[in-house]
Design a protein around this ligand. Structure first.
Ligand SMILES: NC(=O)c1ccc[n+]([C@@H]2O[C@H](COP(=O)([O-])OP(=O)(O)OC[C@H]3O[C@@H](n4cnc5c(N)ncnc54)[C@H](OP(=O)(O)O)[C@@H]3O)[C@@H](O)[C@H]2O)c1
Length: 299
């Protein structure tokens, strides 16, 4: 990231050379009837990066919101994700997402979780397939032009090692989208990704629904001293540690406020304070999956 303070205009250069806008709009739990307006509001406020997923059930309305905004498609970065029960149907998965989003291509296609779940029984993992096989299928997509970059999500170091060390892996994921906020900062995983040329996008960067971070006294103090909101401080912390951030909101005033990030920065001291908070919580676990994907170490 450049040394200026125009954070909302910043991009990160991925290992493919593509530039991902540093701030995007998240859409998990954004209901179809709300997300269209939210996406339009975000794009009109200046956002140029929208994060969605087949699993969110709102790609169609995300696509409508993009159209409503009037912002040209080529100015917008769209990320979507392959759902777990679709690991054996990557081609079908991307076709479905492109159709719903009403676009010819996505900028980033992520394997949502390293779990090849059997669609016939979501409690079961395929006995004859895993995320390495899925990655082999994903690797075919960039050549088609329908997917500009491929990446992963919810990959811990252990699974990244398996993927990167497999002889079939020809493309290093451009991005690992992971849960990152001050109560789940995962410094080892972030450093590991950096060492492999994998950019990290921070999800649940505000602490998600009913975030306990909003009541954190240390964060409130820093926000007050800077004349900013706790949410703005959380986003700035994510940006200053080199991750992209994708705050979700369906509230226009919050969407706008979450993009007011230019012209100020956190000091080194403030960054250190936020990075060393003792409290821990994680929004997305792996209990609902047929396989473990988090291993209790720094994720
Ligand atoms: N790859 C994955 O497995 C994965 C997992 C989780 C999330 N994600 C992605 O990351 C995005 C962000 O994560 P998230 O949705 O878990 O949560 P988040 O962005 O950390 O927090 C969203 C919550 O904060 C509220 N909020 C937003 N801005 C606010 C503000 N300025 N003041 C007060 N409250 C505010 C929102 O409320 P309102 O909407 O009601 O305004 C919503 O309840 C997701 O939407 C999704 O795109 C990916």
């Amino acid at each position: 990231m450049a040394g200026n303070l125009d954070f909302t205009k910043q991009t990160y250069t991925l290992n493919t050379g593509a530039k991902i806008p540093a701030v995007g709009l998240g859409t998990w739990q954004s209901k179809p009837n709300e997300v269209r307006e939210a996406v339009k509001a975000a794009l009109l406020a200046g956002y140029r990066h929208i994060d969605t997923a087949l699993a969110y059930g709102n790609e169609h309305e995300v696509g409508l919101g993009i159209k409503d905004s009037g912002v040209p498609r080529e100015e917008i970065w769209i990320t979507t994700k392959l759902d777990n029960p679709w690991h054996k149907r990557v081609e079908e998965g991307i076709q479905s997402s492109l159709k719903s989003l009403q676009t010819d291509y996505v900028d980033l296609y992520l394997m949502h979780w390293p779990s090849s779940t059997d669609p016939a029984d979501l409690k079961k993992h395929y006995p004859d397939w895993n995320f390495v096989n899925t990655w082999q299928e994903l690797q075919k997509l960039p050549a088609s032009g329908r997917v500009k970059n491929i990446g992963v999500s919810n990959f811990a170091i252990k699974n990244l090692e398996i993927l990167l060390n497999d002889p079939s892996t020809k493309i290093v994921p451009a991005v690992n989208q992971i849960e990152l906020h001050p109560n789940n900062p995962s410094p080892k995983l972030v450093d590991y990704c950096k060492s492999k040329g994998i950019h990290c996008t921070a999800y649940s960067c505000l602490g998600s629904t009913d975030s306990p971070l909003y009541k954190n006294e240390a964060l409130k103090k820093i926000a007050e001293a800077k004349g900013k909101t706790v949410q703005q401080v959380l986003l700035k912390w994510g940006l200053q540690r080199g991750t992209s951030v994708i705050p979700k909101s369906v509230t226009e005033s919050r969407i706008k406020a979450n993009f007011e990030l230019d012209g100020w920065a956190l000091s080194d001291e403030e960054m250190t304070k936020i990075s060393s908070m003792p409290e821990r919580f994680k929004v997305c676990g792996d209990d609902w999956l047929p396989v473990k994907v988090f291993f209790g170490d720094d994720e």
